[in-house]
Design a protein around this ligand. Structure first.
Ligand code: ADP
Length: 743
């Protein structure tokens, strides 16, 4: 069993601090057996306080040395207490002209009576204590934040007790603690903002904090007073002092306080929802200090009120945070429903991601490309991070120690030890990332952070600054954890974005269906119109022809010329109608996809164009070997033919050439037809694909209907391919295209 006799730093977590077998020295304790209330155990100092030898005390009724009225009062108190619990004040008894505050409580089958010696008269303001506490509570109620609340609480308690230092200390989720508020006088070093590892307050102490709400040690340098006999004579059990005011404290704790330069201490428990939330710790550095019972009672009451109010304050703050996250989210999402400019809404506008959840920086990643705001890793690093994230299953991914999971994050742990990632859609490349800095770099340093601390020495270990340094080591590479409310807000944001996405996809689907229908109708119209127009056109052509022949020699030459123009125009119109018909048919007929040996296909096209090539004096070269791909053989032939014909036509150089080839870019097969011709100005790169769009008069460069490229594009569309052009006017043109179905 670990007790005060064999405790050290390695085992203090198991010290049985409720069985110290000793007491503090500013009073004495006796253990009584009912019904006689005879003394079965006593603190050794009872002898001095009572001026009686221990043998005269042990085994004898308490009434031997305690006034009968006090004994009666004690009995009547005991009638109302059946179980172990915090000591009850009976009254202030006078023994041998000294005054003692008598407090009793039950412990197993025994009664523990504690006599605390009064060192001073009751404080002058004792009578007005109630109204002071009352005023303090009213003021606490009016505070607007948890911080303000704690600041006020510590200063009120310092006012009441006169300690040099009063601190509000909060336990974090990992058991470590932080000084959140402090009131200190006399130029003592401030401990505000310091954090301590969980081991600083061992488990046994935490258990007792929940049992007794206030513990006071008037003089840290006391010599523990042994209890005699050490164990109960009947049960053989050591005495359980869990509730006793005079319980002797752990030597580790005393040493810690001494190292802090403390002579006297008082600690109050702060509970929230029945759980240990924190402590209010009072220290006196100028010497021992005994806080009288009444004031302690007032402080204890105040601590109760602080605990209750604190829960409400924290809830209010939580509520406000939640409301803020919700408002920010709905404002961002509201705008996103109208525009899909993610970066503008989530980063440029106000409120944005930095207002949403407490974080140091954020990134919006679209298609793997990050846009950053606040303190974040470099864009390159974020892109790598997203690459890594895309292998994670979760849509909401969070960590408070990123470098443990993604070692590359070690480089930027200062800004991103914590990360909350929200996958914004089905794509594994679209994310919202929130970053939190390393915690130890953000804590509020009190005093000089460079003050040397030596962690190796056991004595040093029990110093506030050394302890802070130890805590700093334990939170290296870690950020403040993500709270449940934050994760739920992140989930809400994702749900909203996914819904917007789905709604938008729905709208697109309807739009697409409408477009498709319109397209089909247009194709049908073009087909019917061009088909039906050919008939009357043929009539006009034929009758004009007849007229010209029948009136040969009769008609004045001017009229005959006009008739010839009519015939030429009908021919031209017939060509245009043919192109239109052809184009319309492309939309109606199915594609017959088969494996096409493009090498052979191109050879055939060149063969067909042989005369034309020869006449134009053009060199047509095929670069490398062309692959075999899945396509409609005839249509693909048409694509090459159109492009090669254009490449031959639009060339005014002496040495003309056309090159045909294919490359592979990012795993995609790209074909090209290149010429050293007249080129196309950049502003026309798109509109040359519009139907009947020509850049030259009909009689230049061999003419054409202006439908060739439109047809090419349509054929490629139907193959789920793309076409684009690169060109330098005067130097040449290259048409590139892909066939989507290419394998
Ligand atoms: P056209 O029947 O007039 O050739 P296209 O649709 O094939 O019609 O081409 C549209 C226009 O694009 C052409 O009139 C021409 O001005 C331009 N063009 C097409 N290919 C080339 C090329 N290889 N070099 C320069 N201009 C070209």
């Amino acid at each position: 069993m670990i007790t005060a006799r064999n405790v050290d730093l390695s085992n203090c977590d198991r010290e049985q601090i409720q069985y110290p077998a000793a007491t503090l020295a500013h009073g004495f304790l006796v253990v009584l057996a009912e019904p006689e209330l005879s003394v079965v155990q006593a603190g050794q100092n009872a002898a001095e306080y009572l001026g009686l030898a221990l043998e005269k005390i042990l085994g004898k009724p308490i009434a031997l040395w305690l006034d009968a009225t006090v004994v009666r009062a004690m009995r009547s108190h005991l009638q109302h207490t059946v179980a172990a619990g915090p000591p009850l004040y009976v009254e202030t008894a006078t023994i041998n002209t000294r005054q003692f505050d008598l407090l009793v409580h039950r412990c197993g089958s025994n009664v523990i009576a504690e006599f605390e010696a009064r060192t001073s008269r009751p404080p002058t303001f004792a009578g007005s204590l109630f109204s002071r506490v009352h005023v303090a509570i009213a003021k606490l109620q009016q505070t607007r934040s948890v911080q303000q609340f704690l600041d006020l609480a510590v200063s009120e308690i310092r006012d009441l007790t006169g300690f040099d230092r009063v601190m509000a200390y909060q336990f974090q989720e990992d058991g470590s603690g932080a000084v959140l508020a402090e009131s200190v006088t006399g130029g003592w070093e401030s401990f505000l903002g310091l954090h301590y590892p969980a081991s600083d307050i061992p488990q046994p102490a935490r258990r007792l904090f929940k049992l007794t709400w206030l513990r006071h040690q008037p003089d840290i340098s006391y010599t523990p007073v042994p209890i005699v006999p050490a164990s109960n004579a009947f049960t053989g059990q050591p005495l359980d002092l869990s509730y006793a005011l005079l319980r002797s404290v752990s030597v580790m704790y005393s040493q810690y306080l001494k190292n802090m330069g403390t002579h006297s201490s008082m600690v109050m428990t702060l509970l929230k929802d029945g759980e240990l939330w924190g402590l209010i710790a009072c220290h006196h550095h100028s010497g021992p200090r005994h806080v009288p019972f009444e004031i302690r009672a007032a402080c204890e009451f105040l601590a109760h009120m602080v605990s209750l109010l604190l829960a409400a304050k924290e809830e209010q703050e939580d509520f406000e945070y939640r409301a803020r996250m919700q408002t920010t989210q709905s404002r961002m999402v509201g705008i996103l429903a109208l525009t899909d400019d993610f970066v503008n809404v989530l980063i440029d506008r106000k409120p944005n991601l930095l207002d949403f959840i407490d974080c140091g920086g954020a990134a919006v990643v679209l298609q793997g490309k990050p846009t950053l705001t606040g303190a974040t890793p470099e864009a390159e690093e974020v892109a790598q991070l997203v690459e890594w994230l895309s292998h994670q299953e979760e849509n909401i991914f969070f960590t408070d120690c990123l470098s443990k999971l993604h070692p590359a994050a070690l480089r930027y742990c200062g800004v991103a030890s914590g990360m909350l990632a929200i996958r914004t859609g089905a794509s594994k490349n679209d994310y919202i990332l929130l970053f939190r800095p390393e915690y130890r770099r953000t804590v509020n340093w009190a005093g000089d952070p460079k003050k040397p601390v030596d962690i190796s020495d056991d004595g040093q270990r029990l110093m506030p600054r050394t302890s802070f340094a130890i805590w700093q080591e334990t939170v290296r590479l870690k950020s403040r954890p993500w709270k449940a409310v934050e994760l739920s807000a992140a989930r809400d944001l994702r749900d909203a974005l996914v819904e917007i996405d789905a709604r938008r996809a729905d709208q697109f689907r309807v739009l697409y269906q409408n477009l498709q229908r319109t397209n089909v109708e247009l194709d049908a119209f073009a087909y019917v119109a061009s088909h039906d127009l050919k008939e009357p056109l043929r009539g006009i052509h034929n009758y004009s022809q007849f007229l010209l022949e029948d009136t040969a020699g009769i008609l004045p030459s001017e009229a005959a010329n006009k008739l010839e123009t009519v015939i030429r125009l009908t021919r031209r119109m017939d060509d245009l109608l043919d192109s239109l018909l052809h184009y319309a048919r492309l939309g109606r007929d199915g594609m017959d996809l088969v494996p096409c040996d493009v090498q052979q296909l191109v050879a055939e096209v060149i063969d067909t164009l042989a005369t034309r090539i020869q006449e134009a004096g053009v060199q047509v070269r095929v670069l490398g070997t062309l692959p075999t791909i899945e396509a409609d053989y005839t249509r693909l032939g048409e694509v090459f033919q159109n492009l090669i014909v254009n490449a031959i036509k639009y060339n005014d150089k002496d040495m003309r050439f056309v090159e045909i080839g294919s490359t592979e870019t990012d795993g995609e097969r790209v074909f090209f037809v290149h010429d050293n011709g007249i080129g196309i100005a950049a502003e026309h790169h798109e509109n040359i694909f519009a139907i009947f769009r020509r850049l030259h008069p009909q009689d230049k460069f061999g003419g054409g209907t202006g439908a060739g490229l439109t047809i090419v594009r349509k054929i490629l569309d139907r193959h789920e391919g793309r076409i684009w052009v690169e060109s330098t006017p005067g130097e040449g043109t290259t048409f590139f295209f892909t066939i989507g179905t290419a394998k």
